[in-house]
Design a protein around this ligand. Structure first.
Ligand code: G3H
Ligand code: 13P
Ligand code: ZN
Length: 310
């Protein structure tokens, strides 16, 4: 119990055909909302920190806040993970600073360079009991006006995935099958390349795969944002049933950030619109924290299947 790596979490998730949620954190209220949900749902949890989050909040603050969350909860298991580490230095910094997991994202580099960079991080991390996620393929959305061939070139090649895992010894692999970051993932019908996912999971039995860009962009929250002054028409995410389906094929970690942003911002917008006299930050950050908690609890229970798996 306490701060752990994702090794045991993924082993159980793979066997149980569910996924552990990896939620991005930037400040105290976000951490508290997510952790309260995990505590109530009795769910293992990955909290992830991007380079932007480290810059915004100061890495020491985020690590200490997560430690505080562990101290004030009962028997929770949290994996503290670096999201999208761009180079060896940031991974090293996080490993030395108390993270239990790092992502080295070499996906924009040619195959051999991605392997060499990932291997360097894996060697450093494993010597210190830290696990590593890597990425192969480039995240992109499926859009009506881009032909399928263009996208296929950026999706993870199943044979390359096997070679990549064997040569790097990396602990988990983020793959690209049509998801993308942010609130505008599909301009037409949402579609993921499930045959590709099935092929990758057949070739890597027992191996944990990771899905980035997996927010569902719930219409309810897009509408709520727009109702209170936002301008995000046409936002669209990955349908929840597709995420549930993905957990049957080795996807053990599902990354969610955008949906937390939507819930938090909609809530704050609503408070501002309905209570113009309010200027105590606790008056809007408190409801925002509660909205994050509800969103995460919903994901854990109804999408990831991770509730009760602690
Ligand atoms: O993958 C991106 C995550 O949503 C983190 O976003 O780099 O703006 O913190 P960020
Ligand atoms: P979303 O933008 O779909 O929430 O994805 C987040 C993510 O992949 C973080 O690494
Ligand atoms: Zn990502």
């Amino acid at each position: 119990m306490g701060l752990v790596t994702s090794t045991e979490m993924f082993k159980k998730a793979y066997e149980g055909q569910y996924a552990v949620g990896a939620f991005n954190v930037n400040n105290m209220e976000i951490i508290q909302g997510i952790v309260e949900a995990a505590q109530e749902e009795r769910a293992p949890l990955i909290l992830q920190v991007s380079a932007g989050a480290r810059k915004y909040a100061n890495p020491t603050y985020l690590v200490k806040l997560v430690e505080a969350a562990l101290e004030t909860t009962d028997g929770l298991e949290i994996c503290l993970h670096l999201d999208h580490g761009a180079d060896f230095e940031i991974c090293k910094d996080c490993i030395d600073g108390g993270f239990t997991s790092v992502m080295i994202d070499g996906s924009s580099h040619p195959f051999e360079e991605n392997i060499a960079l990932t291997k360097k991080v894996v060697d450093y991390a494993h010597d210190r009991g830290v696990v590593v996620e890597a990425e192969l393929g480039q995240l992109a959305g499926i859009e009506d006006d881009v032909n399928v061939g263009d996208h296929e070139a950026t999706f993870t090649d199943p044979d390359e995935a096997v070679e990549f895992v064997e040569r790097t010894g990396v602990d988990s692999l983020a793959i690209t099958i049509g998801t993308s970051h942010g609130a505008f993932k599909f301009s037409g019908e949402p579609k993921l390349d499930f045959p590709r996912l099935k092929r990758i999971s057949e070739l890597l039995p027992g191996y944990p795969l990771v899905l980035h860009g997996a927010s569902s962009v719930p219409k309810e929250f897009v509408d709520l944002n727009n109702k209170y002054g936002a301008k995000i028409p046409g936002a669209r995410g990955v349908p929840e049933e597709m995420l549930r389906e993905a957990t049957k094929y080795g996807v053990c970690k599902i990354n969610i950030d955008t949906d937390l942003r939507l819930a938090m911002t909609a809530t704050i917008r609503k408070v501002f619109a309905e209570q113009p006299e309010l200027f105590d930050p606790r008056g809007y950050l408190g409801p925002a924290r509660e909205a994050i908690k509800q969103m995460v609890a919903h994901k854990m229970k109804n999408v990831l299947g991770v509730s009760g798996k602690l």
